[in-house]
Ligand binder design. Structure first.
Ligand SMILES: [Zn+2]
Length: 363
């Protein structure tokens, strides 16, 4: 609304208030309100029912419930009202809707800069952590550009040759019985130290660390390197960068267990994911300069949270596929207030980009 109309309509108190909240009437937010560090936590396949189940499983410890701002996110991709993880992560990484199976490209196949690449350009440290194959769709969309999420060799090559500082996930068996030495050599050429045992995480030398463990049942946590452990490890390493960092942390077990309707494995992964949320939230509250976003990339399983005959929690599924249900987002830290309301998943990247580049206008 043009400003002069505010004055013409000023007889109404309600209208005056709405004029005062128009963008042109507010000053830029002070720079101190912008986050130095950003952590995006993705509970793969987690819709509102998944978070409801996590709350019941975790009780008072439910960490996402401590976040002051919540939003609801629509997740459809450019070519389907039901997205896959590739298009969903691409939307969150670039701000553009893409087609299912595409990573870091727009719907016409053009590569787009990702939030991770933009953080690298700002001199920040970056990390991609997941409980599934380290080159899987969600982490890869933040650092890889390809139309085919199943091209493992190309994705690994792009990740190793790229600018990310820390990568952790599974898939050790994909490199064959004797493949890890070859992976170690390939990684070393690009300055990576390869970690294959949880006990070796803390002593990984150099500035670039690649942790690759064996894949677990339904993409559950690696014993000794559960997502909360990997979150602590990543925060410790990345926070040594004086420019700040951008970190993606994903739990894939929440999606995989929902696909196969495995209620007990889903419960285990939901607990782990929320425990990791607590680790990151504690870090952010101590530092005061870290924006934390917790979100599902889409809903999987058509999950229903019900009580069984004894009144205990029971998880029921309506499908083995993804659905088009809305997913919740929880935000904490500098800039969190911008993530309330209802919006498309592409808005996540646009809001993060504005905050991290210091161009965010006041509302
Ligand atoms: Zn899935």
């Amino acid at each position: 609304m043009p400003r002069f109309r505010c004055w013409l309509l000023a007889a109404s108190t309600v209208v005056v208030l709405s004029c005062r909240s128009a963008p042109a009437t507010l000053p830029e937010r002070p720079h101190a309100a912008l986050p130095k560090n950003i952590v995006l936590m993705v509970g793969d396949g987690m819709g509102t029912a998944h978070f409801a189940a996590a709350r019941l499983l975790r009780g008072e410890a439910f960490a996402a419930g401590r976040f002051p701002v919540t939003g609801l996110v629509s997740t459809g991709s450019a070519n389907s009202l039901v997205t896959d993880s590739a298009a969903a992560a691409t939307a969150m990484a670039t701000g553009a809707k893409s087609n299912n199976r595409m990573l870091g490209l727009d719907a016409s196949g053009q590569p787009l800069p990702t939030l991770v690449e933009q953080a690298e350009a700002q001199g920040k440290a970056t990390g991609l952590v997941t409980t599934t194959f380290f080159g899987d769709a969600t982490p890869a969309a933040f650092a890889v550009h390809t139309a085919r999420r199943d091209q493992v060799a190309d994705i690994v090559s792009q990740l190793l040759g790229g600018g990310v500082d820390l990568i952790a996930g599974t898939g050790a068996e994909l490199f064959g019985t004797n493949g890890l030495p070859a992976l170690r050599d390939a990684a070393a050429k690009h300055g990576w130290s390869l970690v294959t045992e949880p006990a070796a995480l803390a002593s990984a030398p150099g500035s670039k660390a690649l942790a690759v463990f064996p894949t677990q049942r339904n993409d559950g946590d690696v014993p000794g390197a559960r997502l909360p452990d990997l979150a602590r490890w990543a925060l410790e390493r990345l926070s040594t960068d004086p420019e700040g960092f951008f970190l993606v942390l994903e739990h894939e077990g929440t999606d995989k267990a929902s696909h196969v309707n495995a209620a007990e494995d889903l419960k285990t992964s939901l607990r782990s994911f929320d425990e990791a949320v607590g680790v990151v939230a504690d870090f952010a509250k101590r530092r005061g300069n870290t924006l934390v976003l917790v979100v599902g990339d889409h809903e999987t399983g058509g999950l229903r949270v019900v009580a069984d005959a004894t009144g205990a929690l029971s998880l029921e599924f309506g499908t083995t596929l993804h659905t088009g249900a809305l997913v919740p987002l929880f935000a904490l830290g500098p800039g969190a207030e911008r993530f309330g309301g209802f919006y498309e998943n592409t808005e996540i990247a646009r809001k993060v980009r504005a905050l991290s580049q210091g161009t965010a206008p006041g509302f």
